[in-house]
Design a protein around this ligand. Structure first.
Ligand SMILES: *Cc1c(COP(=O)(O)O)cnc(C)c1O
Length: 385
């Protein structure tokens, strides 16, 4: 096994799912998104935990992600959030992935495939663009689109959905926009109902909405980032701090790399590409076999005060540029630190990490999603229960 790995704390995932469940209106269903390899945490294992916890739906973004889950024996309904190619439609149908679709060409392509395979009542969800500007029909078109789905004779309108653009923001103007989108969605649903068509499961809530706007849960919540242990945005966190309500989310991923070399450095020696850092005094430099090809991005070098890793519960600074496969840590006199000791790059503070993925994101102008999704395939995931 590699000396660099991501420890995935499934007990924390279980905790987060069960906790979020208590935040969802009891009558509403729960969908957990495991797209992008469960935000980098390992889709199959996370999906299994989610199923054990009794979630109603899972969600992926690509057809291959869906097939991976089916091959692993995951049997619950799986949504396909993104659109697929024409050539993939057969696999979508055969693997019982539930697409979010909204235009006539896709209705026809799916219907054709279902007829070929002699499948009827194939569930699809009608996506409505209420202001995200990504996918979906306009609210005014919803009734016509719903009718077209029924007219195929083989597709079933199982639900209607939309997605928010600024759900994680608590700026006044953004809250207004979120409410505007929600009203638009209700309008689309009313158009469909007015035509005598049952809209099925109505859903729009991502993690931010699930926590901050309980009156927008409708029939289902689609939670992603919170089940992996992070707030959807700083604003959501502030919102809860202000309200005094405690949200207990536990980060699921812990990124670890073991020291493979410790060397003595005299004063004035350069470290790494660009020789941006020189030892100012006698010290010890440890090498970790982790670099930007693993998702330890070069931009982490820009963090004010430097990136710090935790060795035996104490923080030490990364010095010099992060390389593709390695980086160097100043361990000072190195007392008590040995070769093969673990350095924690990020993780739960309770487990002794100096930085959380959330802080790394905040300090480098991105979001926690990008940090965990960025941990590359060559980093083995070690699952602990
Ligand atoms: C990714 C995604 C979600 C989950 O978003 P989080 O912010 O991680 O909760 C919900 N709905 C759609 C359509 C998505 O693409």
């Amino acid at each position: 096994m590699r000396a660099t790995f991501a420890r995935i704390h499934l007990e924390n995932l279980r905790h987060n799912i069960n906790y979020i469940r208590t935040k969802i209106k009891p009558s509403a269903k729960m969908c957990i998104t495991v797209k992008a390899d469960a935000y980098g945490h390992g889709a199959v294992e996370c999906a299994r935990v989610a199923v054990e916890c009794g979630v109603d739906f899972l969600a992926v973004a690509t057809v291959l992600e869906g097939i991976e889950l089916r091959k692993a024996g995951i049997d619950v309904p799986i949504f396909l959030f993104s659109l697929c190619q024409k050539e993939e439609i057969k696999d979508v149908v055969l693997n019982r992935l539930t697409p979010f679709i909204f235009d006539d060409e896709y209705f026809e392509l799916f219907a054709e495939e279902c007829k070929k395979l002699e499948i009827t009542n194939f569930p699809v969800h009608l996506a409505v663009d209420t202001g995200m500007g990504r996918l979906g029909c306009l609210p005014e078109q919803a009734a016509d689109k719903a009718q077209k789905i029924l007219d195929t004779g083989v597709l079933k309108l199982e639900g209607m959905c939309t997605h928010f653009a600024v759900a994680d923001s608590l700026k006044k103007s953004d809250i207004k926009y979120t409410k505007f989108q929600f009203e638009n969605f209700l309008r689309a649903i009313d158009f469909v109902k007015a035509k005598g068509i049952n809209p099925g499961i109505r859903h729009c809530a991502n993690s931010a909405i699930t926590l901050a706007f309980p009156d927008m849960h409708l029939d289902m919540c689609r939670s992603g980032i919170t089940v992996y242990g992070y707030y959807p945005g700083d604003f959501t966190k502030k919102y809860f701090e202000k309200s005094g309500e405690k949200v207990f989310l536990k980060p699921v991923m812990e990124l670890v790399s073991k020291i493979l070399s410790i060397r003595d450095f005299e004063e004035g020696r350069a470290v790494s590409y660009g020789r941006l850092w020189y030892s100012k005094q006698k010290t010890k430099i440890a090498v970790l076999p982790i670099g930007y090809a693993d998702g330890l991005f070069r931009r982490f070098n820009e963090i004010k005060g430097g990136l710090k890793v935790c060795i035996k519960s104490k923080p030490y600074s990364i010095r010099g540029r992060i390389c593709m496969d390695q980086c160097m840590v100043d361990i000072a006199d190195g007392n008590g630190i040995n070769r093969f000791d673990e350095a924690v790059i990020f993780g739960a503070k309770e487990n002794g990490a100096y930085f959380s993925a959330q802080e790394l994101a905040d300090l480098t102008g991105t979001i926690s999603y990008e940090i965990t999704c960025g941990i590359s395939k060559r980093v083995p995931r070690i699952f602990v229960n």
